[in-house]
Design a protein around this ligand. Structure first.
Ligand SMILES: Cc1cc2nc3c(=O)[nH]c(=O)nc-3n(C[C@H](O)[C@H](O)[C@H](O)COP(=O)(O)O)c2cc1C
Ligand SMILES: [Mn+2]
Length: 504
């Protein structure tokens, strides 16, 4: 889909209105405690796939300030599973998972569009400088019982620029509140924020940073996307929507920030001053209660915010939450782009959200065998080489399922069925040893954890080379075992048979 056909929502508030229209927001006016209660409500909402909670009355917090949790959670409603992600990215609420992936992947080959700089914007409605800075005003949650502190940055953008000014990077990396003007920051060295921080350290200067919380809804998805080093995620988002993002200048650092952001925290990350950070729930779905460690401190020099600011919150942990949707879906889009560039006949990729993104799926066009002449084993080898060889993209991809496009990759029931019924128990796996891997999968042994290297696998679930077109088994399901006319007749009469009306 072309960028200009997408509905570009330019603020978190426009996004909340759009969610409201389809019934995907739950306003909670009853008083709640930022200490654990908000986190527990949000967590339960993910698990029930209930609407996103918007907390409007938070204990001890000035009236007006609000929290939107689960902004990228899934919906239990039929046909609307991915509605929050689809609306955030300008697609119709009933878009299929694969549509989201191809929309993001298509924009990778369009010309990046730099932002438009405005004189001012809503994020400047209130400005705190110097001794007036007080981050404790905001309704920052203590999310899980066991977290090392209150996390204000779980779903915002960390904006940082290289000292030579040639590259600005936007990414999501969590930050914990220490007091009214200090945060401790998780900045893994291989992440782009870590690479930029190392350049400032070499120069002997702290890293200037702006943390934009409550940004327009598409941005967190590119904050979680592994674009190449040197690429500015905000320019890619401009290309995605076919128009520039709107930015204003920060007050105390030389950076541009999104004009409609709810809260902007400006400051400098120290290379010497550290404070304990963590533990916190992690994307594989667990919390390691022993995992607190000293992390760099961000010293805040300015905070600007909208009237009645809304803080977005993601509750990291067991699937499905924003680590899986906000990181996994753009990651799958980048994987699709990389395979397209390598001339693999890919339809789309996916990170199975319910697997906490340990199972990744590559779906090939049905004619891959005629087009390439490869056996499925050789194709599995090729896909593994491309994906596992793709640097940063590969870091969080331990297991790949290679399928054909008759499967809806975003439907975990179909993926499980295809994996179980098509991968041969003996020759269905192609292993790749000593590949770089983050430390997070909990099945890794101590050596693998220490070396950041592990074996990866492609599960070959392709069947096109094993059957001729006429002999290929077809799915024995509603869509394939009855004529289109009979299917239509049954659907039209569904309510007449006595079943409740389908709402979507
Ligand atoms: C909701 C959410 C939370 C995330 N939290 C972290 C985090 O705390 N630390 C981290 O290194 N990556 C985190 N990620 C993943 C990074 O955003 C992702 O790896 C991204 O590619 C990093 O940006 P970069 O490629 O510009 O370095 C998170 C992603 C999302 C969507
Ligand atoms: Mn980046």
């Amino acid at each position: 889909m072309r960028g200009n056909l997408l509905k570009h929502l330019r603020s978190l508030r426009e996004f909340i209105d759009a969610l409201d229209e389809i019934g995907e927001v739950q306003r909670i006016g009853k008083e709640v405690d930022w200490k654990l209660e908000m986190g527990a409500v949000a967590r339960r909402s993910y698990e029930l796939r209930a609407p996103a909670p918007l907390f409007t009355n938070i204990k001890g917090i000035e009236k007006g300030f609000r929290v939107l949790a689960a902004p990228g959670g899934l919906s239990a409603r039929r046909g609307l599973t991915y509605s929050r992600i689809a609306l955030a990215l300008g697609l119709p609420a009933d878009a299929r998972g694969a549509d989201v992936i191809t929309a993001l992947a298509d924009a990778r080959t369009r010309e990046p569009i730099p932002p438009k700089v405005l004189e001012t914007g809503p994020c400047k409605q209130n400005i705190m400088l110097g001794d007036d800075i007080d981050l404790l005003k905001f309704p920052t949650p203590l999310i899980h019982d066991g977290d090392g502190g209150r996390y204000i940055q779980t779903y915002g953008m960390n904006i940082a620029k290289t000292p030579d000014g040639t590259w600005t990077n936007w990414s999501i990396n969590r930050m914990m509140l220490l007091n009214r003007n200090r945060l401790s920051c998780l900045i893994p060295p291989p992440q782009h924020l870590g690479i930029i921080k190392a350049q400032w350290e070499e120069r002997g200067e702290p890293m200037p940073i702006a943390v934009a919380l409550g940004v327009e809804p598409g941005l967190p998805y590119v904050g979680g996307m592994p674009l190449a080093q040197g690429e500015d995620e905000s320019h890619y988002m401009g290309a995605y929507f076919g128009e520039p993002l709107e930015m204003v200048r920060a007050e105390t650092v030389d950076l541009l920030v999104p004009a409609t952001a709810e809260i902007i925290i400006e400051g400098h990350v120290s290379h010497t001053d550290t404070a304990e950070e963590g533990p916190m729930g992690e994307y594989p779905g667990y919390i390691d209660r022993s995992s607190s460690s000293p992390k760099p401190v961000l010293h805040v020099t300015a905070v600007t915010y909208r009237d009645d600011a809304i803080l977005p919150v993601a509750v990291a942990g067991a699937p499905v939450e924003e680590d899986h949707t906000g990181w996994g879906m753009p990651h799958a889009a980048e994987m699709t782009h990389v395979l397209r560039q390598a001339d693999v006949p890919v339809a789309a990729c996916w990170g199975v959200l319910e697997s906490a993104n340990h199972w990744w799926v590559v779906s090939l066009n049905p004619d891959w065998h005629e087009r390439t002449g490869l056996s499925s084993k050789d194709m599995a080898q090729r896909v593994g080489e491309v994906v596992f060889g793709a640097g940063k993209l590969a870091f969080g991809v331990p297991k790949l399922l290679l399928l054909e496009d008759d499967i809806d990759i975003a439907d975990p029931r179909q993926v499980i069925w295809a994996f179980a019924s098509r991968a041969h128990p003996e020759h269905g796996e192609v292993h790749f040893s000593n590949e770089s891997q983050n430390i997070l999968p909990i099945y890794l042994d101590a050596n693998e954890r220490l070396s950041y290297h592990a074996t990866k696998v492609v599960h070959n679930c392709l069947i096109a080379d094993r059957f001729s077109a006429e002999d290929r088994p077809t799915a024995s399901d509603f869509a394939h075992s009855w004529s289109k006319d009979l299917q239509r007749h049954v659907m039209d009469n569904w309510h007449a048979y006595g079943y409740p009306k389908e709402t979507v």
